[in-house]
Design a protein around this ligand. Structure first.
Ligand code: PEP
Ligand code: MN
Length: 332
């Protein structure tokens, strides 16, 4: 249950009241909001006379639901805003991994040349094998921060586990929680304590409900800047790396109020399919697209088969703008 407290209740009092009923208290738009489990169906006795408005839910998808807030939440990434009434589709580009200063600078130059604002690049890579490239770690984060400084780009990078979550929060503009890390409570709780945007990727065996529950950890902990990212789920099909769940995207758009970014690169796993998929994603009217691109995919240290060349990335962007426009959006 979500309860909006009356303005006459001070924040200190709201904290105490929430604690007394084992509920969360967050301040949103200057309002004290108390969130209990969805099992609570009536205003608790402790809060009688102190509530302005309340919502009852059938499950724990609460703050993220359109039943609670119908409008899509706005999230600011540097000087770009997605969600709300913006109809912006943010194109995030860059390599799977930060590999060297040279390499990430070429990626930055590509984006700036195309008028794009947001650079991706993993530094702590959640690899399937311990023998694969594991990422440059803190050294990579510092390179991203340098690119932000030099080019005025926003940077998004992933956190693999709770041991380095604070370094990632410090050095990035958007914190990416990967498909393998989205259940990590240490990461989710740490991300709830910052106000930086958090992009949560759907685990490849994660139901839509579980996916949204991960977002609820961050929202109920006090960070409203949450973005969902569909990146493919595992099905019986092995011809492609994963299966991009566009039905799931339609479901998320219908039931949740969070901005949605799609990642066809990790879903497809092969560069040849990514331009077509990217256009299909944009045609759904989405808040963003995440595409991996590398100056020389053949020698990329991770996800070599799916990264576009810089020429392919440039050509793709040209075809995305009219698709976005046809559904009332614009690529930014
Ligand atoms: C990535 O974005 O490089 C990545 C590892 O993604 P995912 O968590 O979706 O596998
Ligand atoms: Mn990757």
């Amino acid at each position: 249950m979500i309860l909006h407290l009356k303005d006459t209740v001070s924040q200190q009092e709201a904290d105490k009241l929430a604690e007394s009923i084992q509920a969360f208290h967050v301040v949103s738009d200057g309002k004290s909001v108390v969130i209990t489990g969805s099992g609570v169906k009536e205003v608790p006795a402790e809060l009688h006379g102190k509530v302005d408005e309340s919502w009852v839910f059938k499950n724990d998808m609460q703050l993220a639901s359109r039943e609670y807030r119908n409008e899509t939440r706005e999230v600011k990434i540097g000087n770009v805003t997605i969600g709300g009434n913006t109809k912006n589709t943010l194109l995030i580009g860059g390599p799977c991994s930060v590999e060297s200063e040279d390499q990430i600078r070429e990626s930055s130059e590509l984006l700036v040349g195309l008028g794009l604002s947001t650079l991706r690049g993993g530094c702590y890579k959640p690899r399937t094998s311990p023998y694969s490239f594991q990422g440059m770690g803190l050294e990579g984060l510092k390179l991203l921060a340098k690119m932000r400084e030099e080019f005025g780009l926003n940077v998004i990078t992933e956190v693999r586990d709770a041991t380095h979550v604070h370094e990632v929060i410090e050095h990035s503009d958007v914190i990416q929680i990967g498909a393998k890390a989205m259940y990590d409570q240490g990461i989710l709780r740490a991300c709830a304590k910052t106000q930086k945007p958090v992009l949560i990727k759907r685990g490849f065996g994660t139901t839509l409900q579980e996916f949204v529950q991960a977002a609820e950890f961050v929202l109920s902990g006090g960070n409203e800047n949450v973005i969902l990212c569909e990146r493919g789920i595992r099905t019986f099909e092995t011809g492609t790396r994963f299966t991009l769940d566009l039905c799931g995207v339609a479901w998320l758009k219908h039931y949740t109020n969070l901005p949605i970014i799609l990642d066809p690169s990790h879903a497809m796993g092969y560069a040849y399919g990514i331009p077509d998929l990217a256009r299909a994603c944009v045609a759904m009217g989405i808040d963003g697209l995440l595409i991996e691109a590398h100056r020389n995919p053949l020698v990329a240290k991770s996800d070599a088969s799916q990264q576009l060349t810089h020429v392919e990335f440039t050509e793709l962007l040209k075809t995305l703008q009219p698709v976005a426009n046809s559904v009332g959006y614009k690529m930014v």
